[in-house]
Design a protein around this ligand. Structure first.
Ligand SMILES: Nc1ncnc2c1ncn2[C@@H]1O[C@H](COP(=O)(O)OP(=O)(O)OP(=O)(O)O)[C@@H](O)[C@H]1O
Ligand SMILES: [Mg+2]
Length: 363
């Protein structure tokens, strides 16, 4: 699963990406279109439940989950018609599973804003519009071929035509596809189109150093907008986070304290991005390692086992599950078992966030 960082040019995307991935791979510089090729990086998803597990189970290694991030070039008005870097990087967005949109909420006359002034809601709308226009083009291009196949009796193509027309009607109402409900058979037919306004989105309000909690006017405006479209907002000062990421302890903690933050805002970004991707974690816990694994919300036990190894899914027999609160109450797996709290779950079990499991399988 992969999330793409998008936004207008020069809003702080690469600065954030660098801080998150703590690499200096992506060039961050004060001029628009600094980024041309997307940069990929891996971000740890901090989870304090891992530490709580290791209070009782002492492993050799603790392994958190990760997510993949791509730093994509800035989008400008008209991108869907080839403005700026146009369709080249729109195609990068088609490939990601979720969009993290960086929205400029800082004032700084030295940093150029492509639209000439800082107006976060207008920026968000500009990008949403470009994504929707690009989707309209994709659908328009796909329709004639689907119609020809449908006419010659292809049943799947008939469903595809219905799906395309349903999306077109929705976009014509000026609505992003994110909110469109569609029969699963139709959704499957158009999944490969990578329709961008259908992707889950998280807004990252890139705030001023003087407004770290995002209570100021600019970040608040983004929050009001996000509520309307059913998305979340995380306030982050990318510039400060980039500086923090370069520090070693104890300097980092000192700086955090001096600006009044309990933890780097990046932790929150990573966790929210993970959630936006529709992921939750389960854990495996033994003496060798305590490890968090990503699994889509709603996945069954065999699917969760498949995240570890495809053999685990194919040969799935059952799993044994307990919760962190069981562990904190009974102190060891043995005592959980003795208390009759170790649950045995079968193939249809739907995984719950934070389950601690063993999988039994046979291949
Ligand atoms: N919160 C902030 N406060 C003040 N300045 C910031 C903040 N975040 C980023 N900047 C500055 O904004 C400028 C642009 O940042 P960056 O290169 O990360 O933007 P970008 O969105 O990746 O641009 P491009 O679209 O050109 O790739 C840099 O000079 C950076 O230091
Ligand atoms: Mg950049």
């Amino acid at each position: 699963m992969e999330a793409g960082i998008v936004g207008l040019p020069n809003v702080g995307k690469s600065t954030l990406f660098n801080a998150l991935t703590s690499t200096q791979g992506a060039q961050a510089a004060n001029y628009p279109f600094c980024t041309i090729e997307p940069n990929e990086g891996i971000v740890t998803v901090p989870d304090e439940r891992l530490r709580r597990i290791t209070n009782f189970i002492k492993p050799q290694k603790v392994i958190p989950t990760y997510l993949k991030l791509v730093d994509i070039a800035g989008i400008v008005k008209g991108a869907s018609e080839g403005q700026g870097l146009g369709n080249k990087f729109l195609s990068h967005i088609r490939q990601v599973d979720a969009i993290l949109q960086v929205v400029r909420c800082f004032e700084d006359d030295d940093v150029i804003h492509v639209a000439g002034k800082v107006d976060p809601v207008s920026d968000v709308e500009t990008i949403e519009t470009e994504l929707m226009l690009a989707d309209m083009q994709t659908l328009e291009n796909a329709l004639p071929k689907a119609e020809r196949s449908a006419k010659s009796g292809d049943k799947e193509a008939k469903v595809r035509v219905a799906a395309i027309q349903r999306c077109q009607a929705h976009l014509a109402q000026d609505q992003p596809l994110r909110k469109l409900e569609m029969p699963p058979a139709e959704a499957k037919e158009i999944a490969s189109y990578g329709l961008m306004s259908a992707k889950p989105i998280l807004y990252i309000a890139n705030v001023d150093e003087s407004d770290l909690h995002g209570t100021g006017e600019l970040a608040s405006a983004v929050r009001v907008f996000a509520e309307k479209v059913g998305a979340s907002v995380v306030p982050v000062c990318a510039k400060l986070e980039a500086e923090l990421a370069e520090l070693e302890e104890p300097d980092r903690s000192e700086m955090l304290e001096s600006v009044g933050l309990a933890q780097p805002a990046l932790s929150l970004v990573a966790r929210e991005a993970y959630r936006t991707l529709g992921l939750q974690s389960y854990f495996t816990a033994g003496e060798k390692e305590v490890r968090a694994w990503p699994v889509p919300i709603g996945a069954t036990a065999p699917q969760a086992a498949g995240v570890i190894h495809s053999d685990f899914e194919r040969g799935f027999i059952r799993c044994e599950v307990y919760s962190l609160s069981d562990l904190e109450e009974f102190k060891s797996e043995k005592d959980i078992r003795q208390a009759g709290k170790l649950r045995t779950e079968g193939k249809t079990y739907v995984m719950q966030d934070g389950d601690i499991c063993h999988f039994l399988f046979n291949v």
